[in-house]
Design a protein around this ligand. Structure first.
Ligand SMILES: [Zn+2]
Length: 401
């Protein structure tokens, strides 16, 4: 089967013939001598390769026949870009290298070819080579902004956060765009790297940089709380986790389990009960968030949280379609507690197999909170679901006809 590239090259060969390239241009010498131009031998060879579906050899012939000059430059760029888009990266690279090899190439077109080649390397996953070219272009070319944008992506992929900060700050200046949130996440990444190495002084300094003078990311408070917890500064950890829960932020799903854990270790869950009671009296709307967080993290045995879970179960329409919870609720207290416990355990199991977070920009969903969406690459766009995703469970269990 001829590939798309075969057709593409065949089209180009025909265009060249139509434009007189294969006959006229290569026959200039003969024209000057007053004889009709012969059919160019390379042209025939190229066509022969195409007829035999030998696309690489046909491409080599195309490159040999058609020198890169002012008239053919755009054709070369278009061909390279088409090959890249079709995933034929080796061919795209070959074409762009061929352009760069031209000795008298004007600076602007050299930069264009280098930028195209860097994009080829990026698509091929050759990040080091792509990085080198983007760094060169970011130091002075009309591709500075685009090169810095791509460098940020490369450094994010490679977890080179300090380099990402440097590129991001340069990009802010050159583009006039604010990258505050993105850069503060880069600092949080550095802080988390330091936490894993138990370098808490460095970690605190990075969080401070993440938060100073930048758009506030809630991640900073969560990371600070984590550092405080790991360094036994329980008072600070509690203050920060409480702030996240009390302000009714979406990170209640991450902070509440930590609060429960700290109070349990201290043997003072009654303090948590009192604080949650006050909070829920003021903001009854967050009962669902508390219930869902308790279900997915299997938190039980704290009365105020258990009440939220029970209320959630009795009001979840999909659940009440399957189980007569009201009847269960009317039974004696022991029977009732056992029944509620069973349903709750089943919900916890379901929740552990369904997505818990979803990107509000592109819909990508995941089990774990991801600060950068792997799909659209935006930062801090994931939000927790506030109920068990019965729809995805039902979809998976329905027959695929
Ligand atoms: Zn997304």
């Amino acid at each position: 089967m001829p590939t798309e590239s075969t057709f593409l090259l065949a089209g180009l060969f025909l265009l060249l013939a139509a434009a007189g390239w294969a006959l006229g241009r290569f026959g200039e010498r003969d024209e000057q001598q007053g004889t009709p131009p012969p059919l160019n031998i390379d042209y025939l060879k190229g066509l022969n390769f195409l007829l035999n579906e030998q696309t690489d050899q046909a491409l080599e012939h195309f490159l040999k026949m058609v020198r890169v000059d002012d008239k053919t430059m755009e054709t070369h760029f278009a061909l390279g870009s088409l090959f890249r888009r079709r995933g034929e990266i080796d061919r795209a690279i070959r074409i762009h290298q061929n352009i760069i090899a031209r000795p008298d190439l004007p600076a602007e077109q050299r930069d264009q070819a280098l930028f195209s080649l860097a994009k080829d390397y990026l698509k091929a996953g050759l990040l080091d080579r792509a990085e080198n070219l983007f760094v060169r272009l970011s130091q002075g070319s009309r591709y500075q902004v685009e090169a810095l944008e791509r460098l940020c992506r490369i450094y994010e992929q490679e977890h080179e956060w300090q380099k990402a900060i440097d590129a991001g700050q340069k990009l802010e200046v050159l583009s006039g765009r604010s990258l505050e949130l993105q850069i503060s996440h880069y600092y949080c990444e550095l802080a988390e790297q330091a936490v894993t190495k138990k370098e808490y002084i460095a970690a605190r300094a990075f969080v401070k940089k993440a938060q100073s003078g930048r758009a506030r990311t809630l991640r900073g408070a969560l990371t600070r709380a984590e550092i405080a917890r790991d360094t036994n500064d329980i008072k600070t950890a509690l203050r920060l986790y409480h702030r996240i829960v009390d302000e009714s932020t979406y990170l209640i799903t991450e902070a509440l389990p930590q609060l429960v854990d700290i109070y349990r270790r201290d043997g003072s869950t009654d303090k948590l009960e009192r604080s949650l009671e006050t909070l829920l009296a003021k903001h009854p709307e967050i009962k669902t968030d508390v219930a869902y967080t308790a279900i997915v993290n299997n938190i039980g045995g704290i009365r105020v949280i258990d009440d939220c879970v029970e209320e959630y179960m009795l009001n979840e329409p999909t659940l009440t379609d399957f189980i007569d919870l009201q009847t269960i609720g009317d039974g004696d207290s022991e029977h009732r507690a056992t029944a509620i416990h069973k349903v709750r355990a089943a919900l916890c199991k379901l929740a552990s197999n369904t997505p818990r977070y979803q990107c509000k920009e592109c819909g990508f969903s995941s089990q774990r909170l991801l600060w950068q969406c792997p799909s659209c690459k935006d930062w801090e766009t994931q939000r927790p679901f506030t109920s068990v995703r019965f729809d995805s469970v039902l979809q998976r269990s329905s027959p695929t006809t």
